[in-house]
Design a protein around this ligand. Sequence first.
Ligand code: CTP
Length: 397
Amino acid sequence: MLKGKKILLGITGSIAAYKSVFFVRLLLKAGAEVKVIMTEGAKDFVSPLTFATLSKNKVLSDLFDEDTWANHVMMGRWADVMLVAPASCNTIAKMANGICDNLLLAVYLSSQAPVLIAPAMDEDMWHHPATQKNIDTLQQNGNAFLPVNKGELASGLTGEGRMAEPEEMIKYLTGFFEKKNDLKGIKALVTAGPTYEAIDPVRFISNHSSGKMGVAIAEELYNRGADVQLVLGPSTIKTDNGIQLKKVVSADEMYKACIKGLSTYNIIIMAAAVADYSPKIKSSQKIKKKSEEFSLELKKTKDILFEAGKRKSSGQTLVGFALETNNEKENAIKKLRRKNADLIILNSTNDEGAGFGLDTNRITIFDKNGKEYKFPTKTKKEVAEDIVNTIIQYRNE
Ligand code: CTP
């Protein structure tokens, strides 16, 4: 996917610049062509000679190179993508404000190529409202951000702000070039993950859902150009930054997040394992153990898929999941009808390679016209592709 792609890599002053050395090696191994621009600050961390040797191209830093003017316009035109990695807090601020005091910024401001940014900074700088505002501005201007990692930082502290690892950046870039855009103009809502139903301030009822399947579906929709809103229950899974993410905890919060603007979506996929019941009363204080037996009164949660089915408008495609242990097909089709869905995706606990937390899944899809689509065990990314392809096929019929 990266073979023959022209990557313009901007490197700024951050210790994470050493990771970009490995990144350039991986890019070249994948067959990409790389040109590197460094800021003055970047040279304090890694020598331009290192990047020049690896990329087999001269490293550029100055607006004026000896007596000649470095043609920043042509550099931006040469690239299929411009990636700033690491992007320091300072460079992000300058990019957001249109400041042009070095070659990297001049190329950025005149670039016709899409721009990706991999931030690297300490956690406090990352969370500072000024930085977050700059990131919002850059996103609104059409730039995409690679997610930052949590871990050991240059300050010795542990937290958010680490630049993505070279392998992760390769994966992200590959996904970027894979983007097909056949879903441009489509608005999609996806629910994913479990919900937590609080019993008291320290305990809750939940299930083993990891959120992996729903997140993979959201990413597939996004990579094909859809405008995606992901409503995610408690899950540690990271998502693509271009996906609009609403994190929720309880079934009630998930319901409220989905119902808002429900009529605006073309495709709605409910992959969350929403708790069916929630404690009737949430104790405000920790419940102390007293008697030998203890019973908890539960009340039904609102069924989001059912509600979406009731309100479904023409042109809207509603997709649900069914996890069944017995009479799988019959139960799944009953669920499809009861909730007025267009398609239902069946997972059976009896299938090997399917289930909570795994990286693989095995599904059968039923549509409301009686069609059945059976798939073998695949990775969740491949399953997400099958699901999205089936939805598109259904919408085109
Ligand atoms: N779902 C939902 N809101 C709920 C419960 C479920 O949106 N409160 C959605 C899930 O996201 C999934 C589908 O409904 O798409 C699964 O329904 P499930 O909970 O398995 O089915 P039930 O109708 O509760 O039937 P049963 O528990 O009898 O299997």
